[in-house]
Ligand binder design. Structure first.
Ligand code: FES
Length: 143
């Protein structure tokens, strides 16, 4: 195969790959994985049931019907779980995990993984919901 035919074959292969819709869904799958709980979870009687398997190494961001904000669920060194509400107490900005911190990019508030403020302007920590372990399911009391 000469250089010209090699390049033509390569271009045809690229064009064929671009036409495969599965590639687009792969990208959306990888995006969806970080929002582990964005599957059909819902609050029932004030309790959100979260399968432990939906977390990655005991950590996950969870969305659910009936909740205005995402939750950040994490397992502590003592084996207990906590659920932090990712809603900034300052002016309501979305809070996102970044390394070992939780950050609101609206005005720069920073929270530790317990939800306590480490840098303002927020004067309050993140809201924390109690979590009970019931077998393979976490019961987050949100009301
Ligand atoms: S809304 Fe989060 S720092 Fe202002």
């Amino acid at each position: 195969m000469d250089r010209r035919h090699f390049l033509l074959a390569g271009c045809k292969a690229c064009a064929a790959l671009a036409a495969v819709p599965a590639l687009a869904s792969l990208e959306s799958c990888s995006t969806g994985k970080s929002a582990a709980g964005s599957t059909a979870l819902a609050v029932e009687n004030g309790v959100l049931s979260v399968p432990v398997a939906s977390l990655s190494n005991g950590v996950g961001m969870i969305s659910a019907k009936g909740l205005d904000d995402k939750l950040y669920i994490s397992k502590g060194a003592d084996g207990t779980y906590k659920a932090l509400v990712l809603h900034c107490p300052h002016k309501g900005g979305p809070v996102k995990p970044s390394g070992d911190k939780l950050i609101c990019n609206w005005h720069g508030s920073v929270f530790d993984m317990d939800g306590k403020v480490t840098k303002g302007p927020s004067q309050q920590g993140l809201k924390v919901y109690p979590v009970e372990v019931a077998g393979d399911v976490l019961k987050v009391r949100v009301a």
